[in-house]
Design a protein around this ligand. Structure first.
Ligand code: NAD
Ligand code: AHE
Ligand code: ZN
Ligand code: ZN
Length: 370
Protein backbone atom coordinates (compact mmCIF):
# COMPACT_ATOMS: atom_id res chain seq x y z
CA UNK A 1 0.00 0.00 0.00
CA UNK A 2 1.25 3.50 -0.79
CA UNK A 3 0.11 6.98 0.21
CA UNK A 4 -1.16 9.30 -2.49
CA UNK A 5 -2.33 12.89 -2.58
CA UNK A 6 -5.73 12.96 -4.26
CA UNK A 7 -8.72 15.23 -4.84
CA UNK A 8 -11.69 13.40 -3.35
CA UNK A 9 -15.29 14.11 -4.37
CA UNK A 10 -17.18 13.25 -1.18
CA UNK A 11 -20.57 13.95 -2.74
CA UNK A 12 -22.34 15.75 -5.60
CA UNK A 13 -22.17 19.52 -5.71
CA UNK A 14 -19.35 19.75 -3.18
CA UNK A 15 -15.89 21.13 -3.91
CA UNK A 16 -13.17 18.50 -4.19
CA UNK A 17 -11.19 17.89 -1.03
CA UNK A 18 -7.42 17.33 -1.09
CA UNK A 19 -6.66 14.24 0.98
CA UNK A 20 -3.92 11.71 1.56
CA UNK A 21 -5.42 8.37 0.50
CA UNK A 22 -4.14 4.80 0.60
CA UNK A 23 -3.62 3.10 -2.77
CA UNK A 24 -3.54 -0.70 -2.78
CA UNK A 25 -1.00 -2.49 -4.98
CA UNK A 26 -2.10 -3.60 -8.44
CA UNK A 27 -3.69 -7.06 -8.61
CA UNK A 28 -3.30 -9.50 -11.51
CA UNK A 29 -3.76 -7.73 -14.84
CA UNK A 30 -3.55 -4.30 -13.19
CA UNK A 31 -1.03 -1.48 -13.25
CA UNK A 32 -0.06 1.24 -10.75
CA UNK A 33 0.49 4.55 -12.55
CA UNK A 34 2.12 7.74 -11.26
CA UNK A 35 0.05 10.52 -12.75
CA UNK A 36 2.15 13.38 -14.13
CA UNK A 37 -0.64 15.60 -15.42
CA UNK A 38 -4.38 15.60 -15.89
CA UNK A 39 -6.72 17.82 -17.85
CA UNK A 40 -10.10 18.76 -16.41
CA UNK A 41 -12.92 17.88 -18.83
CA UNK A 42 -16.51 19.06 -18.67
CA UNK A 43 -17.54 15.46 -17.99
CA UNK A 44 -15.75 15.65 -14.61
CA UNK A 45 -17.89 18.70 -13.80
CA UNK A 46 -21.00 16.93 -15.13
CA UNK A 47 -20.49 14.00 -12.78
CA UNK A 48 -19.57 16.25 -9.84
CA UNK A 49 -22.80 18.22 -10.41
CA UNK A 50 -24.85 15.12 -9.59
CA UNK A 51 -26.42 14.88 -13.07
CA UNK A 52 -24.59 11.65 -13.98
CA UNK A 53 -26.68 8.54 -13.28
CA UNK A 54 -23.38 6.72 -12.87
CA UNK A 55 -22.04 9.00 -10.13
CA UNK A 56 -20.61 7.01 -7.20
CA UNK A 57 -19.55 8.69 -3.93
CA UNK A 58 -16.99 9.20 -2.57
CA UNK A 59 -14.90 9.07 -5.72
CA UNK A 60 -11.66 10.25 -7.23
CA UNK A 61 -12.60 11.91 -10.53
CA UNK A 62 -10.37 12.73 -13.53
CA UNK A 63 -10.06 10.84 -16.82
CA UNK A 64 -7.78 12.94 -19.06
CA UNK A 65 -4.35 12.01 -17.79
CA UNK A 66 -0.79 11.11 -18.62
CA UNK A 67 1.49 9.11 -16.37
CA UNK A 68 4.34 6.69 -15.88
CA UNK A 69 4.04 3.02 -14.95
CA UNK A 70 5.23 2.59 -11.36
CA UNK A 71 4.44 -1.10 -10.74
CA UNK A 72 2.76 -3.93 -12.63
CA UNK A 73 0.55 -6.70 -11.27
CA UNK A 74 0.88 -10.40 -11.96
CA UNK A 75 0.64 -11.41 -15.61
CA UNK A 76 0.94 -7.90 -17.04
CA UNK A 77 3.01 -8.07 -20.21
CA UNK A 78 2.06 -5.16 -22.45
CA UNK A 79 3.54 -2.39 -20.27
CA UNK A 80 6.51 -2.24 -17.94
CA UNK A 81 7.83 0.01 -15.19
CA UNK A 82 8.87 3.37 -16.65
CA UNK A 83 6.59 3.26 -19.69
CA UNK A 84 4.65 6.44 -20.45
CA UNK A 85 0.93 5.79 -20.64
CA UNK A 86 -2.38 7.50 -21.25
CA UNK A 87 -5.30 6.08 -19.21
CA UNK A 88 -8.29 4.99 -21.29
CA UNK A 89 -11.89 5.31 -20.14
CA UNK A 90 -12.72 3.29 -23.23
CA UNK A 91 -10.42 0.27 -22.86
CA UNK A 92 -9.48 -2.11 -25.65
CA UNK A 93 -9.36 -5.79 -24.66
CA UNK A 94 -9.13 -6.91 -28.29
CA UNK A 95 -11.25 -10.01 -27.68
CA UNK A 96 -14.81 -9.04 -26.65
CA UNK A 97 -17.71 -9.02 -29.11
CA UNK A 98 -17.36 -5.24 -29.44
CA UNK A 99 -13.59 -5.21 -29.99
CA UNK A 100 -13.79 -7.96 -32.60
CA UNK A 101 -16.82 -6.49 -34.41
CA UNK A 102 -14.76 -4.01 -36.38
CA UNK A 103 -17.72 -1.67 -35.92
CA UNK A 104 -17.07 0.18 -32.66
CA UNK A 105 -14.43 1.31 -30.17
CA UNK A 106 -16.77 0.64 -27.22
CA UNK A 107 -15.00 -2.34 -25.59
CA UNK A 108 -17.40 -3.79 -23.00
CA UNK A 109 -15.04 -6.17 -21.21
CA UNK A 110 -15.05 -4.18 -17.93
CA UNK A 111 -17.83 -1.65 -18.62
CA UNK A 112 -20.18 -2.90 -15.89
CA UNK A 113 -17.73 -2.69 -12.97
CA UNK A 114 -16.22 0.54 -14.38
CA UNK A 115 -19.65 2.20 -14.27
CA UNK A 116 -19.98 1.22 -10.62
CA UNK A 117 -16.63 2.81 -9.77
CA UNK A 118 -14.96 -0.56 -9.22
CA UNK A 119 -12.01 -2.49 -10.59
CA UNK A 120 -12.89 -5.61 -12.66
CA UNK A 121 -12.80 -7.82 -9.53
CA UNK A 122 -15.54 -5.70 -7.94
CA UNK A 123 -13.37 -3.92 -5.35
CA UNK A 124 -11.58 -0.56 -5.17
CA UNK A 125 -7.88 0.23 -4.80
CA UNK A 126 -8.45 3.55 -2.98
CA UNK A 127 -9.12 3.86 0.76
CA UNK A 128 -9.33 6.68 3.28
CA UNK A 129 -9.23 5.72 6.96
CA UNK A 130 -10.05 2.14 5.95
CA UNK A 131 -13.17 3.13 3.97
CA UNK A 132 -13.28 2.53 0.20
CA UNK A 133 -13.27 5.38 -2.31
CA UNK A 134 -14.69 4.70 -5.78
CA UNK A 135 -12.78 4.88 -9.05
CA UNK A 136 -14.14 7.09 -11.88
CA UNK A 137 -14.44 6.12 -15.54
CA UNK A 138 -11.80 3.51 -14.84
CA UNK A 139 -9.15 6.27 -14.62
CA UNK A 140 -9.22 8.47 -11.45
CA UNK A 141 -6.46 10.75 -12.65
CA UNK A 142 -6.99 13.38 -9.93
CA UNK A 143 -4.64 11.31 -7.76
CA UNK A 144 -0.86 11.23 -7.66
CA UNK A 145 -1.10 7.43 -7.99
CA UNK A 146 -3.90 5.42 -9.57
CA UNK A 147 -4.51 1.79 -10.50
CA UNK A 148 -5.93 0.72 -13.87
CA UNK A 149 -6.51 -2.53 -15.70
CA UNK A 150 -3.77 -3.21 -18.25
CA UNK A 151 -6.37 -3.05 -21.04
CA UNK A 152 -7.07 0.58 -20.05
CA UNK A 153 -3.60 1.89 -20.84
CA UNK A 154 -2.19 3.17 -24.11
CA UNK A 155 1.61 3.07 -24.17
CA UNK A 156 2.92 6.20 -25.86
CA UNK A 157 6.22 7.65 -27.10
CA UNK A 158 8.33 8.79 -24.14
CA UNK A 159 9.41 11.94 -25.94
CA UNK A 160 5.86 13.32 -25.86
CA UNK A 161 5.34 15.76 -22.96
CA UNK A 162 2.74 14.18 -20.68
CA UNK A 163 1.66 17.68 -19.57
CA UNK A 164 0.29 18.15 -23.10
CA UNK A 165 -0.59 14.72 -24.45
CA UNK A 166 -2.78 14.10 -21.40
CA UNK A 167 -5.37 16.04 -23.43
CA UNK A 168 -5.39 13.13 -25.87
CA UNK A 169 -6.84 11.01 -23.05
CA UNK A 170 -10.19 12.62 -23.77
CA UNK A 171 -10.95 16.07 -25.22
CA UNK A 172 -8.73 16.44 -28.25
CA UNK A 173 -9.02 12.82 -29.39
CA UNK A 174 -12.80 13.00 -28.97
CA UNK A 175 -13.30 16.16 -31.02
CA UNK A 176 -10.88 15.27 -33.80
CA UNK A 177 -12.06 11.65 -33.89
CA UNK A 178 -15.72 12.61 -34.10
CA UNK A 179 -14.99 14.49 -37.32
CA UNK A 180 -12.41 12.16 -38.87
CA UNK A 181 -13.62 8.69 -37.75
CA UNK A 182 -17.29 8.99 -36.87
CA UNK A 183 -18.54 11.48 -39.46
CA UNK A 184 -15.67 10.99 -41.93
CA UNK A 185 -15.91 14.57 -43.15
CA UNK A 186 -14.58 14.97 -46.70
CA UNK A 187 -12.77 17.74 -48.52
CA UNK A 188 -15.09 20.64 -49.31
CA UNK A 189 -17.82 19.66 -46.84
CA UNK A 190 -19.66 22.28 -44.81
CA UNK A 191 -19.71 21.61 -41.07
CA UNK A 192 -21.27 23.27 -38.03
CA UNK A 193 -19.74 22.87 -34.60
CA UNK A 194 -21.86 23.77 -31.59
CA UNK A 195 -19.90 24.58 -28.42
CA UNK A 196 -16.30 25.76 -28.53
CA UNK A 197 -14.75 24.16 -25.45
CA UNK A 198 -11.94 21.61 -25.62
CA UNK A 199 -14.15 19.24 -27.61
CA UNK A 200 -15.62 21.69 -30.13
CA UNK A 201 -12.27 23.36 -30.83
CA UNK A 202 -10.72 19.93 -31.42
CA UNK A 203 -13.57 19.18 -33.82
CA UNK A 204 -12.54 22.35 -35.69
CA UNK A 205 -8.98 20.99 -35.94
CA UNK A 206 -10.40 17.72 -37.32
CA UNK A 207 -12.58 19.58 -39.83
CA UNK A 208 -9.63 21.67 -40.99
CA UNK A 209 -7.50 18.51 -41.37
CA UNK A 210 -10.27 16.91 -43.44
CA UNK A 211 -10.26 19.94 -45.74
CA UNK A 212 -13.80 21.08 -44.91
CA UNK A 213 -14.79 23.99 -47.14
CA UNK A 214 -16.71 25.90 -44.54
CA UNK A 215 -16.54 25.53 -40.75
CA UNK A 216 -19.29 27.28 -38.80
CA UNK A 217 -18.39 27.67 -35.11
CA UNK A 218 -21.27 28.39 -32.75
CA UNK A 219 -21.08 29.50 -29.12
CA UNK A 220 -22.85 31.91 -26.78
CA UNK A 221 -19.46 32.95 -25.33
CA UNK A 222 -17.76 35.12 -27.96
CA UNK A 223 -14.43 34.89 -26.11
CA UNK A 224 -14.10 31.48 -27.76
CA UNK A 225 -14.21 32.89 -31.29
CA UNK A 226 -10.59 34.06 -31.60
CA UNK A 227 -9.07 30.60 -31.11
CA UNK A 228 -11.85 29.03 -33.21
CA UNK A 229 -10.85 31.27 -36.14
CA UNK A 230 -7.16 30.60 -35.58
CA UNK A 231 -7.86 26.85 -35.82
CA UNK A 232 -9.83 27.18 -39.04
CA UNK A 233 -13.41 28.33 -38.36
CA UNK A 234 -14.70 30.35 -41.30
CA UNK A 235 -17.83 31.73 -39.60
CA UNK A 236 -18.31 32.40 -35.86
CA UNK A 237 -21.93 32.65 -34.79
CA UNK A 238 -23.51 33.69 -31.49
CA UNK A 239 -27.13 32.42 -31.44
CA UNK A 240 -27.99 35.22 -29.01
CA UNK A 241 -27.53 37.74 -31.82
CA UNK A 242 -30.51 36.35 -33.78
CA UNK A 243 -34.22 36.48 -33.09
CA UNK A 244 -34.97 33.20 -34.83
CA UNK A 245 -33.88 29.60 -34.16
CA UNK A 246 -30.20 29.11 -34.95
CA UNK A 247 -30.96 26.17 -37.24
CA UNK A 248 -32.92 28.50 -39.52
CA UNK A 249 -30.03 30.98 -39.56
CA UNK A 250 -27.57 28.22 -40.51
CA UNK A 251 -29.84 26.73 -43.20
CA UNK A 252 -30.06 30.18 -44.80
CA UNK A 253 -26.32 30.83 -44.54
CA UNK A 254 -25.43 27.48 -46.13
CA UNK A 255 -27.84 27.13 -49.03
CA UNK A 256 -30.04 24.50 -47.39
CA UNK A 257 -27.97 23.24 -44.46
CA UNK A 258 -24.67 21.70 -43.50
CA UNK A 259 -23.24 18.32 -44.49
CA UNK A 260 -22.23 17.54 -40.90
CA UNK A 261 -22.92 19.05 -37.49
CA UNK A 262 -21.44 18.28 -34.08
CA UNK A 263 -23.01 18.99 -30.68
CA UNK A 264 -20.19 19.58 -28.19
CA UNK A 265 -22.16 21.00 -25.24
CA UNK A 266 -24.53 18.44 -23.70
CA UNK A 267 -27.66 20.57 -24.21
CA UNK A 268 -30.62 18.63 -25.62
CA UNK A 269 -32.17 21.75 -27.20
CA UNK A 270 -28.94 22.47 -29.03
CA UNK A 271 -28.83 18.80 -30.11
CA UNK A 272 -32.14 19.43 -31.88
CA UNK A 273 -30.80 22.58 -33.55
CA UNK A 274 -27.69 20.67 -34.62
CA UNK A 275 -29.81 18.00 -36.30
CA UNK A 276 -32.19 20.46 -37.92
CA UNK A 277 -29.44 22.62 -39.44
CA UNK A 278 -28.35 19.60 -41.50
CA UNK A 279 -29.01 19.50 -45.23
CA UNK A 280 -32.15 17.68 -46.36
CA UNK A 281 -31.40 14.31 -47.94
CA UNK A 282 -27.92 13.69 -46.49
CA UNK A 283 -26.87 15.92 -43.56
CA UNK A 284 -25.56 14.05 -40.52
CA UNK A 285 -25.47 15.28 -36.93
CA UNK A 286 -23.11 13.77 -34.38
CA UNK A 287 -23.87 14.07 -30.65
CA UNK A 288 -20.73 14.34 -28.53
CA UNK A 289 -22.10 16.29 -25.53
CA UNK A 290 -23.26 14.37 -22.47
CA UNK A 291 -26.70 15.26 -21.10
CA UNK A 292 -27.94 14.74 -17.56
CA UNK A 293 -30.11 11.96 -16.15
CA UNK A 294 -33.72 12.14 -17.36
CA UNK A 295 -33.03 14.41 -20.33
CA UNK A 296 -34.18 13.32 -23.78
CA UNK A 297 -33.73 14.49 -27.37
CA UNK A 298 -36.60 15.19 -29.70
CA UNK A 299 -37.34 16.32 -33.23
CA UNK A 300 -40.06 15.71 -35.80
CA UNK A 301 -39.49 12.24 -37.29
CA UNK A 302 -39.95 14.00 -40.63
CA UNK A 303 -36.43 15.39 -40.13
CA UNK A 304 -35.10 11.83 -40.39
CA UNK A 305 -37.61 10.67 -43.00
CA UNK A 306 -36.23 13.39 -45.22
CA UNK A 307 -32.73 12.05 -45.01
CA UNK A 308 -31.00 13.62 -42.03
CA UNK A 309 -29.05 11.22 -39.81
CA UNK A 310 -28.63 11.43 -36.04
CA UNK A 311 -25.72 9.63 -34.41
CA UNK A 312 -23.31 9.82 -31.48
CA UNK A 313 -19.72 9.10 -30.64
CA UNK A 314 -17.59 8.25 -27.59
CA UNK A 315 -13.86 9.03 -27.46
CA UNK A 316 -14.09 9.97 -31.13
CA UNK A 317 -14.52 6.37 -32.17
CA UNK A 318 -10.84 5.81 -31.35
CA UNK A 319 -9.57 2.40 -30.19
CA UNK A 320 -7.21 3.55 -27.48
CA UNK A 321 -4.51 0.90 -27.31
CA UNK A 322 -4.07 0.39 -31.03
CA UNK A 323 -4.74 3.92 -32.31
CA UNK A 324 -3.85 6.47 -29.62
CA UNK A 325 -0.05 5.88 -29.85
CA UNK A 326 -0.28 6.85 -33.54
CA UNK A 327 -2.20 10.03 -32.67
CA UNK A 328 0.62 10.92 -30.24
CA UNK A 329 3.07 10.39 -33.14
CA UNK A 330 0.96 12.73 -35.30
CA UNK A 331 1.18 15.33 -32.54
CA UNK A 332 4.98 14.86 -32.31
CA UNK A 333 5.18 15.24 -36.11
CA UNK A 334 3.49 18.64 -35.74
CA UNK A 335 0.21 17.70 -37.45
CA UNK A 336 -1.73 19.55 -34.70
CA UNK A 337 -0.93 21.57 -31.60
CA UNK A 338 -2.05 20.99 -28.03
CA UNK A 339 -0.57 24.03 -26.30
CA UNK A 340 -3.34 26.30 -27.68
CA UNK A 341 -5.80 24.43 -25.51
CA UNK A 342 -3.96 24.75 -22.23
CA UNK A 343 -5.15 28.10 -20.94
CA UNK A 344 -4.35 27.33 -17.29
CA UNK A 345 -2.07 25.02 -15.30
CA UNK A 346 -2.18 24.50 -11.55
CA UNK A 347 -1.15 22.13 -8.77
CA UNK A 348 -3.67 19.60 -7.45
CA UNK A 349 -4.22 21.81 -4.39
CA UNK A 350 -5.93 24.39 -6.64
CA UNK A 351 -8.09 21.97 -8.62
CA UNK A 352 -11.37 23.61 -7.61
CA UNK A 353 -10.19 26.73 -9.41
CA UNK A 354 -10.11 24.66 -12.64
CA UNK A 355 -13.82 23.90 -12.20
CA UNK A 356 -14.57 27.58 -11.45
CA UNK A 357 -12.71 28.72 -14.58
CA UNK A 358 -14.65 26.20 -16.69
CA UNK A 359 -18.01 27.31 -15.31
CA UNK A 360 -17.08 30.99 -15.81
CA UNK A 361 -16.20 30.26 -19.46
CA UNK A 362 -12.63 31.50 -18.89
CA UNK A 363 -10.69 28.32 -19.70
CA UNK A 364 -10.40 25.89 -22.58
CA UNK A 365 -8.44 23.32 -20.59
CA UNK A 366 -6.87 23.55 -17.16
CA UNK A 367 -4.12 20.99 -16.69
CA UNK A 368 -3.25 19.79 -13.19
CA UNK A 369 0.50 19.21 -12.68
CA UNK A 370 1.44 16.72 -9.97
P1 NAD B 1 -16.66 23.09 -22.14
O1 NAD B 1 -17.44 23.48 -20.95
O2 NAD B 1 -15.19 23.38 -22.16
O3 NAD B 1 -17.27 23.75 -23.46
C1 NAD B 1 -18.64 23.85 -23.71
C2 NAD B 1 -18.86 25.08 -24.60
O4 NAD B 1 -20.25 25.13 -24.94
C3 NAD B 1 -18.51 26.39 -23.93
O5 NAD B 1 -17.66 27.15 -24.78
C4 NAD B 1 -19.85 27.07 -23.76
O6 NAD B 1 -19.80 28.49 -23.83
C5 NAD B 1 -20.65 26.49 -24.90
N1 NAD B 1 -22.10 26.54 -24.71
C6 NAD B 1 -22.81 26.32 -23.58
N2 NAD B 1 -24.13 26.44 -23.81
C7 NAD B 1 -24.26 26.77 -25.12
C8 NAD B 1 -25.38 27.03 -25.97
N3 NAD B 1 -26.63 26.96 -25.49
N4 NAD B 1 -25.15 27.32 -27.26
C9 NAD B 1 -23.87 27.39 -27.74
N5 NAD B 1 -22.77 27.16 -26.98
C10 NAD B 1 -22.97 26.85 -25.70
O7 NAD B 1 -16.90 21.52 -22.35
P2 NAD B 1 -16.02 20.40 -23.08
O8 NAD B 1 -15.00 19.86 -22.12
O9 NAD B 1 -15.59 20.90 -24.40
O10 NAD B 1 -17.13 19.25 -23.24
C11 NAD B 1 -18.23 19.45 -24.09
C12 NAD B 1 -19.25 18.34 -23.93
O11 NAD B 1 -18.72 17.12 -24.44
C13 NAD B 1 -19.64 18.02 -22.49
O12 NAD B 1 -21.00 17.67 -22.46
C14 NAD B 1 -18.80 16.80 -22.15
O13 NAD B 1 -19.36 16.05 -21.12
C15 NAD B 1 -18.85 16.08 -23.48
N6 NAD B 1 -17.80 15.10 -23.77
C16 NAD B 1 -18.18 13.97 -24.45
C17 NAD B 1 -17.23 13.05 -24.84
C18 NAD B 1 -17.62 11.82 -25.61
O14 NAD B 1 -16.79 10.92 -25.74
N7 NAD B 1 -18.82 11.75 -26.16
C19 NAD B 1 -15.88 13.26 -24.52
C20 NAD B 1 -15.54 14.43 -23.84
C21 NAD B 1 -16.51 15.35 -23.48
N1 AHE C 1 -22.28 8.05 -17.34
C1 AHE C 1 -23.13 8.82 -18.22
C2 AHE C 1 -22.63 8.91 -19.62
C3 AHE C 1 -21.29 9.59 -19.72
C4 AHE C 1 -20.77 9.42 -21.11
O1 AHE C 1 -21.52 9.39 -22.09
N2 AHE C 1 -19.47 9.30 -21.22
C5 AHE C 1 -18.80 9.23 -22.51
C6 AHE C 1 -17.45 9.78 -22.35
S1 AHE C 1 -17.45 11.45 -21.83
C7 AHE C 1 -15.81 11.78 -21.68
O2 AHE C 1 -15.63 13.05 -21.29
C8 AHE C 1 -18.64 7.77 -22.97
O3 AHE C 1 -17.58 7.29 -23.31
N3 AHE C 1 -19.71 7.08 -23.02
C9 AHE C 1 -19.73 5.69 -23.37
C10 AHE C 1 -19.74 4.84 -22.14
O4 AHE C 1 -19.74 3.62 -22.25
O5 AHE C 1 -19.76 5.42 -21.03
C11 AHE C 1 -24.55 8.27 -18.20
O6 AHE C 1 -25.42 8.95 -18.77
O7 AHE C 1 -24.77 7.21 -17.60
ZN1 ZN D 1 -13.74 13.88 -21.00
ZN1 ZN E 1 -13.10 -5.48 -25.72
Amino acid sequence: MIKSKAAVAWGPGQPLSIEEVDVMPPKAGEVLVRVIASGVCHTDAFTLSGDDPEGNWPAILGHEGGGIVEQVGEGVTSVQVGDHVIPLYTPECGECKFCTSGKTNLCQKIRETQGKGLMPDGTTRFYKDGEPIYHYMGCSTFSEYTVLPEISLAKVNKSAPLEEVCLLGCGVTTGMGAVLNTAKVQKGDTVAIFGLGGIGLSAIIGAAMAGAGRILAIDINEKKFELAKQLGATDCINPKNYDKPIQEVIVELTDGGVDYSFECIGNVDVMRSALECCHKGWGESVIIGVAGAGQEISTRPFQLVTGRVWRGTAFGGVKGRSELPGIVEDYLAGKFKLSDFITHTMPLDDINEAFDLMHEGESIRSVIHF
